[in-house]
Design a protein around this ligand. Structure first.
Ligand SMILES: [Zn+2]
Ligand SMILES: [Zn+2]
Length: 414
């Protein structure tokens, strides 16, 4: 792989007519300037890219694909922020937030810069000139009942943390965490809210804080939701999916959020080259900008895509399904009244449909899969030649509420 630092050096070696020593000196100068400039911008993925997460825009909105919860070495992740940006570009994301734990920094002893905005600054500079929008955020990290809370679109991460008497030994990670936890969680959340942050409750079903794996609302989050301070809740985090969190989102009128919460590599955790994908949030936005993304999130126009399943409120989810699926012209098998309609899927999700129409199918069964960016040919028996055929389906890998699959009707004309 060619990285930003080697390209100019190579150019000089090939083009220079100076002496060997001179070339060496120039190389050293270029190398020095590259080091001084920092870590370089992220690379555009090379070659064919079939891992891009792709959902069509709806009639009314742009469908932005975002991951609002990730980590780097600035808290307990294991990669530099630029790698998060590279992965996001490979996945074709529109938006990325690196949300470091404020109170928990296992690599503290190795971090010289105390500025908690560093991960954002590094990622934003790596994403410069690319299609990726980097959003400034942090993870407020407490024990239950507050648990972990992400605040994004913040202005300054340093103001969300107050640590009295931190341990002098920088390797005392737990001591620092304990000292940082003395500042009341409500103060931290209020400080983020004062910066205009969009705030969401992370992994409320995390078994370390909810040993039965059941997300339950508590006074802390219920009050903040009621007061407009808590704006969203993760229903999908990594491999976790919480039905209870989905129900809480609907009951407390919170945005539905799905995230990777990646600490290592997306490639290792989700195997995109084998057809896997990270959980993402689809935000229905008026345009592709940070302001429109923020507006869409506060308006709760979100749909989660996790493990090849779409979840969201019907008014947000159904337009995405309708934009994804289309029908061909209605034709007939020669000399019969058996109708042929080709269903096309314009999205990244393998659509698992159950046909519920009155007319039966010639080619069974009634459960079909329209593959991602693919087609399925349906043969229907209306009994006579008709000019219009309405085809009702239940989308079995989509949910508008826990256990509730949406229905859509696709129409085909002669
Ligand atoms: Zn967390
Ligand atoms: Zn996290």
């Amino acid at each position: 792989m060619i990285n930003a630092a080697t390209t100019p050096i190579r150019k000089i070696i090939h083009q220079s007519h100076h002496s060997y020593l001179c070339t060496l000196l120039m190389c050293a100068a270029v190398l020095a300037s590259n080091i001084a400039l920092g870590h370089g911008t992220a690379q555009t993925p090379a070659g064919p890219n079939d891992r891009t997460i792709d959902f069509p825009d709806t009639k009314e909105y742009k469908t932005l694909v975002v991951d609002l919860h990730t980590h780097s070495v600035f808290s307990d992740g294991h990669v530099w922020p630029k790698i998060r940006v590279d992965e996001a570009l490979k996945d074709g994301l529109d938006g990325l937030a690196i949300t470091e734990h404020l109170e928990y920094q296992p690599h503290r002893a190795d971090l010289l810069n105390p500025d908690r905005n560093r991960a954002y600054i590094e990622a934003a500079s790596a994403a410069e000139g690319s299609t990726l929008m980097v959003i400034r955020g942090s993870e407020i990290t407490r024990e239950a009942p507050a648990g972990h809370i992400n605040a994004i679109f913040i202005e300054d991460a340093n103001k969300l943390l107050k640590v009295k008497n931190p341990p002098t030994d920088k390797s005392d990670v737990l001591g620092y965490y304990t000292a940082a936890n003395q500042w009341p969680s409500q103060n931290a959340v209020q400080a983020a809210h004062n910066q205009g942050a969009f705030i969401f409750w992370n992994h409320p079903d995390w078994t370390r804080q909810a040993p039965d794996g059941i997300a339950r609302i508590n006074d802390f989050h219920a009050q903040n939701a009621k007061n407009g301070i808590l704006n969203g809740i993760e229903i999908a985090n990594g491999d976790y999916y919480s039905e209870e969190a989905f129900a809480i989102a609907l009951e407390y009128d919170l945005a539905i959020i799905g995230v990777s919460d990646v600490h290592d590599l997306i490639d290792w955790d989700y195997k995109p080259h084998e057809g896997g994908h990270r959980p993402v949030t689809l935000v229905l936005a008026k345009d592709k900008s940070i302001a429109a993304l923020k507006e869409g999130l506060f308006a709760k126009r979100t749909v989660v895509w996790t493990r090849n399943t779409l979840m969201g409120r019907a008014p947000d989810l159904i337009p995405i399904l309708q934009a994804s699926l289309s029908t061909s012209k209605l034709t007939y098998r020669p000399d019969t009244s058996v109708a042929i309609v080709t269903l096309s899927n314009n999205s990244d999700m393998n659509m698992q449909l159950r046909y519920t129409g009155a007319h039966s199918l010639l080619l069974g069964p009634d459960r079909i899969t329209v593959p991602e960016h693919g087609e399925y040919e349906l043969h229907v028996k209306p009994g006579k030649v008709v000019d219009t055929l309405d085809l009702p389906f239940v989308v079995e890998n989509a949910l508008t509420a826990p256990g509730q699959n949406p229905s859509i009707v696709l129409s085909s004309q002669r």
